[in-house]
Design a protein around this ligand. Structure first.
Ligand SMILES: NC(=O)c1ccc[n+]([C@@H]2O[C@H](COP(=O)([O-])OP(=O)(O)OC[C@H]3O[C@@H](n4cnc5c(N)ncnc54)[C@H](OP(=O)(O)O)[C@@H]3O)[C@@H](O)[C@H]2O)c1
Length: 279
């Protein structure tokens, strides 16, 4: 297959390109320099010339707190950019995969979110990713894959932040009342390519297996990295951030089983492999 991938300088796009190459597919990677997704004419030209069988759209405005002050740019990238890509995919009749987020949900309760649950974002980033979802859902051949708490070799993430803080501090406080599942881009890339090879279109949730709070995630990072850093749990109220975060990011992934897709390994296993990879 010929697959055009956006956001290849980011965490996920980088691993998707590697996975495509390893599986014998032709990956055409672009980032903002080759194709600014807010520029409709550029999107049309680049994708039409590439004539792909599928587009895996990983590019996004991902600075969640900064988005609260940069609403227009965030919307132009996450909603407008996705709409630009969807329009060309429709014209070319090619598959489109859109990567979305747990932040489209309101985070209430403790029940794991199902792919067709009501969307009610709490912050600007989540709202604009939701608007991107609506654009993709106008297509017939779409995959919408919601992921959460992402970490990859290529980019900034929570694990790298913890490891850096742990170099200069022996004690940290981390929020313990937001529950979710980390997602290793290396593991996710395998699943995304499994999916794009099929015509089992629709909405999915995909993360590594198992649940934790950010506090538990931090404790496990320092344990596996062999660093002597103590971590104390705090509530979200005690650690105010610009953008409101969902407390409940539990994601129901049973649709993966129903559709015959292999789930990702546990997040602890993924963390161990990731630490080896970046050391
Ligand atoms: N990170 C998470 O925790 C998380 C959680 C849930 C869902 N997701 C979703 O998962 C996907 C991949 O996330 P990620 O962590 O790999 O993101 P990332 O590392 O921030 O990469 C996104 C890439 O998109 C590029 N980009 C930004 N604006 C663009 C534009 N106008 N035109 C073209 N490219 C543009 C970025 O370039 P610059 O760096 O130059 O801006 C960056 O290379 C995104 O759709 C994100 O919304 C992420």
């Amino acid at each position: 297959m010929r697959v055009l991938v956006t956001g290849v300088k980011g965490q996920l796009g980088y691993d998707v390109m590697n996975e495509l190459a390893g599986r014998g597919h032709e990956g055409i990677g672009v980032d903002i320099q080759e194709m600014d997704i807010t520029d409709a004419a550029s999107v049309e030209k680049v994708i039409t010339e590439a004539a792909p069988d599928a587009v895996i759209h990983c590019a996004a405005y991902t600075a969640v707190d900064a988005a609260e002050d940069n609403v227009d740019l965030c919307r132009r990238v996450n909603a407008g950019g996705t709409e630009n890509i969807a329009r060309v995919c429709k014209a070319l009749n090619c598959k489109m995969m859109y990567i979305s987020t747990d932040y489209v949900f309101n985070g209430q309760g403790t029940r794991p979110w199902e792919p067709d649950d009501k969307r009610e974002p709490l912050n600007v980033y989540g709202q604009t990713k939701y608007e991107g979802e609506l654009a993709v859902e106008t297509l017939e051949k779409f995959f919408l894959v919601r992921i959460a708490w992402v970490f990859g070799v290529n980019g900034k993430n929570f694990i790298k932040t913890m490891l850096n803080l742990g170099k200069t501090r022996d004690h940290l406080t981390v929020v313990a009342d937001q529950i979710g599942s980390p997602t290793y881009t290396y593991d996710l890339a395998r699943l995304l390519v499994d999916m794009i090879e099929t015509d089992k279109y629709g909405r999915y949730h995909a993360t590594n297996e198992g649940l934790c709070s950010w506090y538990e995630f931090a404790c496990e990072i320092f344990k596996q990295a062999g660093m002597n850093v103590t971590v104390s749990p705090v509530t979200s109220d005690q650690y105010p951030a610009k953008a409101k975060r969902p407390m409940n990011s539990r994601m129901d992934k049973s649709k993966l089983d129903e559709m015959g897709f292999k789930r990702l390994p546990s997040w602890q296993d993924a963390l161990g492999r990731y630490l080896k990879e970046i050391q």
